[in-house]
Ligand binder design. Structure first.
Ligand code: HEM
Ligand SMILES: [Cu+2]
Length: 570
C-alpha cells in the first residue's frame, strides 16, 4: 500500500508548498496577535499605539486570508486528486497558480509590514476588511488582485481534473470530496466577484491617483458581498475534514454522504445573498434590505445544524465500533490520545459555542448591542480562530506524514498543543465576549479610556484583561509548538509503513440519494438568481445616492432608470 506522496509525488510537492506558505503566515500572524493582545490590555507595549493598526492589519490579513486560504488550496488539491484517483491534468498550471497566489500574498504582506518602518513611505493599515475610506499603498491592492486571480486559476485546475474524470466515468456519482471541492469553488467564483470589482475597478485606480474619490458605502458593500461567504471558504476545509477524515480517525464511517452533499449545496445557495448582515449599522442601506438579509441569514443555521448532527452521529458510530456503550459513556471510547482526532473534536466543540454568539450577531436588534465591541473578535476567534484554525493544525498531524512519507516528530507534543489552543481560547474568547458586553471596543490600541469606568456585572475589567493576556500567551505558545513539531517532522526519518490515507465508505452512500444533488449547473444557476435578488436593489440605491465613483464621478442616470423600472415592477 502506497501513501499519497508515492502515488502523486508532483501534487504532494504543491500541497507541501501551499502548507509552507500557510504555516509561515500562521507564525507571523500569531506573533502579531500576541503583540496586540498584550498592548491593548496594557501588560507589555513593544510598539507605538500609532502602529497598532499596522499590526492588526497584518494579523487579520495573514491569518484570516493567507493562512486559511493557502491551507485550503493545498487541502483541496490533495482532496481532488485522491478522490478522483488521478493526478492534476497539467502540473505546470498548478505551479503557476501557486506562484501567482504566493507572489500576491507576499506583495500584500510587504505593503503591510512596511508600515512599521517610517523611512519606507509605504503602508497598508486598512485592516483585513480593506474598504474605503481607509487607503493602502497600491502594492497591497495589486497583491490582493493577484492572489484572487491565482485562486481562480486553482479552481480551473480542479475543474479540469473533474472534466477528465467525468469523460472516463460518465455515469458515476461525483466522489464526495471532489463534490465538496467543486461546490466550494463555485461559491468562491460567485462571491469573489464582488471583492474583485471593488479592488480592480475602485481601489487600485484610487490608490494610484487615477480617480479622486470612491463611494465608500459601495466598497463596503462589495467587500461584505464577499466578506460573508469568505467565512464559508474558511469553514469548508474544516467541514471537509470533519465529514471525511474525522469519522475515520474515530474508528468508524461517515453517517450519511447525501446529507453532506445537501449541506454543501445549501452553502453554495445561501452564503452569498446575506452579506448585508455585516452592515446593520451602515447608514445608506434601507432597513428593509437589512431585514431581508437577517431572515436569509437565519436559514444558514440549517446546514450548520445538519453538520453538527452528522458529525456527532459519525463519531458515535466510530465509538460504538470501538466498544463504546451507553447514552454518553461512548464518548470515553473515542481515540482521545490521537492529536488529529482530539484537535478536530475540540475544534467542533468550540464551533458550537461560536454558533451561539453568531446567532446573536445575526439578529438585527441585538447586533446593535455588540456591534464593533470586543464581542465580535470573541465570536470569530471561536469560529475561524478555533473551529477552522485548530482543525487545520490537527488535520496537519494526519496529512503531513502522507505528504512527506516521514513520521510526525512528536505525538505527545501534538496532543499537548491542541489542548493548549483550546484552553488558551477559552480564556481569551470568553474575556472578549464579556468585555464586548460591557461596551469595550474592538480595533483600538487604547481601550482603557482613562477617565471612563466600565462597570462589570460579574468579575472586573482588570480580571478580563488578565484573562485575555493569559489566553493570548497560551495561544502563541501553542502555535510555536505546532510549527516546531511540523518543521522537525520534515526532517524525520522516512517511515517504513506508509500512512493509511484511505477513507472508509459512508454508512449511507451517494447511490441512494437523488441524482439532482450532483447537478452543479442547476445549483449555480439558482445561486446566481438568489444573489441578483438580494443585491440588485441595494446596490442600485447605493450608486444612485452616492455615485459610482463617489461625489465627483456621479453616475446616476442609468442606474436611476433601472431602479425606477424595478420599483414599478415590484
Ligand atoms: C496566537 C493566537 C491569536 C491571538 C493572540 C489573537 C489575538 C487577537 C486580538 C487581541 C484581536 C483583537 C484586536 C482588536 O480588535 O483590537 C484579534 C483580532 C483578529 N484576529 Fe486574532 N488572535 C489569534 C489568532 C487568530 C487566528 C488563528 C485567526 C484566524 C484564522 C485570527 C483572526 C483575527 C481577525 C480576522 C481579527 C480582526 C482584525 C480586525 O479587526 O481587522 N486570530 N486577534
Ligand atoms: Cu457574515
Amino acid at each position: 500500500m502506497a501513501t499519497y506522496v508515492d502515488r502523486y509525488p508532483d501534487e504532494a510537492g504543491v500541497v507541501k508548498a501551499t502548507f509552507a506558505v500557510a504555516f509561515a503566515a500562521l507564525g507571523v500572524g500569531a506573533l502579531f496577535g500576541l503583540v496586540q493582545a498584550l498592548h491593548r490590555t496594557g501588560y507589555l507595549r513593544v510598539i507605538d499605539s500609532t502602529d497598532y493598526y499596522t499590526v492588526l492589519t497584518g494579523h487579520g490579513v495573514l491569518l484570516a486570508l493567507v493562512f486559511t486560504i493557502f491551507f485550503l488550496l493545498g487541502l483541496f488539491t490533495w482532496a481532488i486528486t485522491r478522490s478522483l484517483e488521478r493526478p492534476l491534468p497539467n502540473i505546470k498550471l498548478t505551479w503557476a497558480w501557486f506562484g501567482l497566489t504566493t507572489t500576491g500574498a507576499v506583495f500584500a504582506a510587504v505593503a503591510i509590514v512596511a508600515g512599521l518602518f517610517p523611512s519606507l513611505d509605504m503602508s497598508a493599515d486598512v485592516l483585513y476588511t480593506f474598504y474605503a475610506p481607509l487607503q493602502a499603498h497600491p502594492l497591497f491592492y495589486v497583491g490582493l488582485a493577484m492572489f484572487i486571480i491565482g485562486t481562480w486559476i486553482a479552481g480551473v485546475d480542479w475543474f479540469l481534473a473533474y472534466r477528465e474524470w467525468r469523460a472516463d466515468n460518465p455515469d458515476e456519482r461525483i466522489p464526495l470530496q471532489a463534490f465538496m471541492v467543486l461546490t466550494t469553488t463555485l461559491m468562491w467564483y460567485l462571491s469573489t466577484l464582488g471583492v474583485a470589482v471593488s479592488v480592480v475597478v475602485f481601489l487600485i485606480p484610487w490608490s494610484l491617483g487615477f480617480i479622486d474619490t470612491v463611494n465608500p458605502l459601495l466598497t463596503r458593500t462589495l467587500f461584505w458581498y464577499f466578506g460573508h461567504p469568505v467565512v464559508y471558504f474558511w469553514l469548508m476545509p474544516a467541514y471537509m475534514m470533519w465529514y471525511t477524515v474525522l469519522p475515520k480517525l474515530a474508528g468508524g464511517r461517515l453517517f450519511s454522504d447525501p446529507l453532506a452533499r445537501v449541506v454543501f449545496v445549501l452553502f453554495l445557495l445561501l452564503s452569498t445573498p446575506v452579506g448585508i448582515h455585516h452592515q446593520y449599522l451602515d447608514p445608506g442601506i434601507a432597513e428593509g434590505f437589512k431585514f431581508i438579509a437577517m431572515t436569509n441569514t437565519m436559514f444558514l443555521l440549517l446546514p450548520s445544524l445538519l453538520t453538527a448532527f452528522t458529525v456527532v452521529a459519525s463519531m458515535e458510530h466510530g465509538a460504538r465500533q470501538r466498544g463504546g456503550e451507553g447514552y454518553l459513556s461512548w464518548l470515553g471510547a473515542l481515540p482521545w490520545r490521537d492529536p488529529a482526532f482530539t484537535g478536530m473534536a475540540l475544534a467542533g466543540i468550540m464551533f458550537a459555542a461560536g454558533g451561539f454568539s453568531g446567532m446573536i450577531n445575526a439578529g438585527m436588534n441585538i447586533n446593535y448591542l455588540v456591534h464593533n465591541t470586543l464581542w465580535v473578535p470573541g465570536h470569530f476567534h471561536l469560529t475561524v480562530g478555533t473551529a477552522v484554525a485548530l482543525t487545520m493544525m490537527a488535520g496537519s498531524y494526519w496529512l503531513v506524514p502522507q505528504l512527506t512519507g516521514r513520521r510526525l516528530y512528536s505525538r505527545p507534543i501534538a496532543l499537548f498543543q491542541v489542548v493548549l489552543w483550546f484552553v488558551g481560547m477559552v480564556f481569551m474568547s470568553n474575556a472578549m465576549h464579556r468585555a464586548g458586553l460591557l461596551g469595550i471596543p474592538r480595533r483600538t490600541a487604547e481601550p482603557q479610556y482613562q477617565s471612563f469606568d466600565f462597570s462589570a456585572t460579574v468579575g472586573s475589567v482588570s480580571e478580563l484583561r488578565i484573562q485575555m493576556a493569559v489566553g493570548a500567551t497560551l495561544l502563541f505558545v501553542s502555535v510555536v509548538l505546532f510549527l516546531f513539531n511540523v518543521l522537525l517532522s520534515a526532517i524525520e526519518d522516512p517511515i517504513e509503513m506508509p500512512v493509511d490515507d484511505s477513507l472508509p465508505a459512508p454508512l449511507s452512500g451517494a447511490d441512494g440519494s437523488p441524482v439532482v444533488l450532483d447537478n452543479l449547473r442547476l445549483w449555480t444557476a439558482i445561486a446566481v438568481v438568489l444573489v441578483v435578488l438580494a443585491y440588485s436593489l441595494p446596490l442600485a440605491s447605493i450608486v444612485t445616492d452616492g455615485g459610482l465613483f463617489g461625489e465627483s464621478g456621479a453616475f446616476p442616470v442609468f442606474v436611476d432608470a433601472v431602479y425606477r423600472v424595478a420599483g414599478v415592477v415590484a
